[in-house]
Design a protein around this ligand. Structure first.
Ligand code: UDP
Ligand code: MN
Length: 245
């Protein structure tokens, strides 16, 4: 039996939310043995997400937790509370007998189906390149091809980060998540250090498992969706007309 991929997706209400989740859900529908954990940044489950999940044939878990007030501002790390809720759910509901891998799949990235094949048999922590992030076309691990180990990164932005890698560029085995039961995301780390913070609790560089053809393939992109211009829509809202889409 192949390990289950637990795709962990924080999401929040904004005009593009349904489009993002539709796109992501339809990518995930092509992945076998996948369990989608969707965590809304909200005080309760929304019918938008509820209905969307009901319409997919995906195994899923729908959670919600609102980002605490002091961190609900620009510049604060996003998705912290939501990813931690997923970690808590996994540690509560899964055991060492369950085979799986945990992947933090933000709702706005672009995923090749191949990236899921690459991560599935992660022993502890696997890594691969991420496109369109860190001010580069691709931010990626550098390998020693003799040993097959990660010796560094090509990162340009804050290359001093312990793990200069994007959230989309690594996966953790479920057993490792259960074993390192104290590992969580945190707010008291500088911007761009979320990944380093969690990975430092889980592994050391020497133990990273490089995937995607020795980290030569780009199989995921840190795309970001432009906020739509809704000036006309706002005029309707001012007149009390609300479009439900
Ligand atoms: N997110 C969230 N609450 C927020 C902002 C973002 O739950 O207030 C989610 C978002 O939907 C995404 C993840 O957290 O799945 C990362 O956010 P974003 O994509 O905006 O971050 P960036 O692209 O800047 O890394
Ligand atoms: Mn994003």
């Amino acid at each position: 039996e192949a390990p289950v991929i637990y795709a962990v997706t924080p999401t929040y209400a904004r005009p593009v939310q349904k489009a993002e989740l539709t796109r992501l859900s339809q990518t995930l529908m092509h992945v076998s043995n996948l369990h989608w954990i969707v965590i809304e940044d909200a005080v309760k489950k929304s019918s938008l997400v509820e209905n969307l999940l009901a319409r997919t044939n995906l195994n899923h878990t729908h959670l919600f937790v609102q980002t605490p007030v002091p961190y609900r501002r620009k510049g604060s790390p996003r998705g912290v509370e939501q990813r931690n809720a997923a970690l808590r759910w996994l540690r509560k509901n899964k055991t060492m007998n369950d085979k799986g891998v945990v992947y933090f799949a933000d709702d706005d990235n672009s995923y090749s189906l191949q990236v899921f094949d690459e991560m599935r048999y992660t022993k502890e922590v696997s890594v691969w390149p991420v496109g369109l992030v860190g001010g580069l076309m691709v931010e990626k691990p550098i390998l020693n091809l003799t040993t097959g180990k990660v010796v560094g990164w090509n990162s340009a932005w804050r290359p001093d980060r312990p793990f200069p890698i994007d959230m989309a560029g690594f996966a953790i085995s479920l057993q490792h998540i259960l074993k390192k039961s104290k590992a969580y995301f945190a707010y008291n780390v500088s911007g761009g250090f979320q990944e380093s913070h969690i990975l430092q609790q889980l592994t050391v560089r020497e133990n990273l498992e490089p995937k995607a053809d020795n980290c030569t393939q780009v199989l995921v992109w840190h795309t970001r969706t432009e906020g739509p211009r809704l000036t006309e829509e706002n005029k309707l809202i001012a007149r009390g007309i609300h479009s439900d889409v």
